[in-house]
Design a protein. Sequence first.
Length: 299
Amino acid sequence: MRNPDTLFNQKTLFDKYLNLQTHHLSPHHFSSIFLWQDFFDFEFEIIDDSLCVYAHQHQGCFLYLPPLAQVGSKVVWQRCFEKMNKINPRTARIENIEQAQLGILNDRYKIYPKLEEYVYQKQDLVELKGHAYKSQRHDIHHFQSHHQALFRPYEQGDLKGCLELYEHWASHRHAQHEDVIYRSMLKENRIVHELALNYQRPLGLVGYVVEISKKIAAYSLGYSLNSQVFCVLLEITDFNNRGLSAFIFNRVCSDEKLVPYTLINTMDDFGLPFVAASKQAYHPKLKPVSYTVTLRVSP
């Protein structure tokens, strides 16, 4: 088993280059790399004052993010593709590209829109006013009328309880959905959640739990994406408690630690219709698109 601290030692370098610009897509945070180290071997390389992060796996490698720099450089993108083409010419690509970063590309590149992320006006999620949020208000009222719940910050001593909750939640999800890819995601995310919970403070994650009868029934972790946007990285709730998901989401958005932020990003829907429906129900203000770029194949 690899030592997570080895990759964590790159955090200072990553943050230095990441902070050269303001980013709006959720993968632009060190946790998005650190938490997937069991599935990729990450390589960091500086090219002409740009930080390039390659993700290696048995099929080859790709650039996990576009080069991080003060100013985008066509030359750097070209050199990244030259390196990847030596390893896997058919699958060389750059992932998680923001709309604003596409301007430096020319017709040598092919652009693919990937998934949309869901971004909400935080005040809407706090107040839940009007007909649009009637069902969420009802769910929260139902939950509070049936449970004496304690919402509080996550503590390291909560790790065992949170992982037990994840196992319970994943077992239920596995039984409800026959999709092979989704079931694989449940297994992979068990590793991701344990790393996130273990490294919550070093990664700069903000964590919360909900206790019912002194047992953890929900947990949530998130991070500051930029000065305006707080990103909800993960959230797990006990499916036996109706309204709990709406309750913890509302309480997280209302917490004093999130006062500086005006927008909430809940990431993408993994291409799963039932996830998309639940996120759309909160009426996103913005749905920024993540792009993938490859080189055009010559005829």
